[in-house]
Write a protein of this length. Structure first.
Length: 204
């Protein structure tokens, strides 16, 4: 029994050592994620809403510890318990904004086998549509088509085989540009935090 345990530990150690990437390696990945999102201006922040994201990614290693990561994300954002006005008065409603988001980030890989990573860099968002939920009205025309901000995340990759890894990731985005086309007050910006689960594939 002792030999079996020692053999299992040795195989795990071998797997972890083989999992560390090197200069020139390329990883492709995909993930699903749970989003918590809101908006804020210079004075207040909205109530948070919940949604999801789907993403594909590519990671190019230019050293053993650093890579450039690009993502293509279907990203749900917006806020809850906002207000909309019509001829009958003001009503509470939720606002759902759907984006395609493109982060381009530096990724630092750390830990004994470099299975942990920290990524950071700018993102560019492209609005697909916007809707308020009380009446199901399309309000896309009220919002800017583009969103720009900063992305930051941390995660860990767990080797499944030499070319396949399962990863868990906590990822955040903070907008820097006003989401509204017409706004006479301080800029309203997006904020989104997500917990993601996915797979990475090493291409060789």
């Amino acid at each position: 029994m002792k030999n079996i345990v020692l053999s299992a530990i040795a195989l795990l150690g071998l797997s972890l050592s083989l999992s560390a990437q090197k200069k020139g390696d390329v990883e492709f990945g995909f993930n699903v994620g749970y989003n918590s999102y809101s908006v804020s201006d210079a004075h207040t922040a909205s109530d948070a809403g919940i949604g999801y994201n789907f993403a594909g990614s590519i990671d190019y290693y230019f050293s053993n510890a650093w890579s450039i990561k690009g993502k293509l994300i279907y990203d749900q954002k917006g806020w809850d318990n906002g207000f909309i006005e019509d001829e009958f008065g003001s009503f509470t409603t939720d606002f759902n904004l759907n984006y395609v988001t493109l982060p381009v980030m530096a990724s630092w890989h750390f830990g004994n086998n470099r299975n942990w990573y920290l990524h950071f860099g700018p993102y560019f968002g492209f609005l697909l549509n916007a809707e308020e939920t009380r009446y199901g009205e399309d309000i896309t025309e009220a919002f800017n088509e583009n969103d720009f901000g900063f992305a930051l995340g941390i995660g860990v990759k767990i080797p499944v085989s030499n070319k396949l890894k399962l990863f868990f990731e906590l990822d955040g985005q903070g907008g820097l540009t006003d989401i509204f086309k017409q706004n006479n007050y301080s800029a309203v910006t997006n904020s989104r935090t997500s917990f993601n689960i996915g797979l990475n594939f090493l291409m060789k």
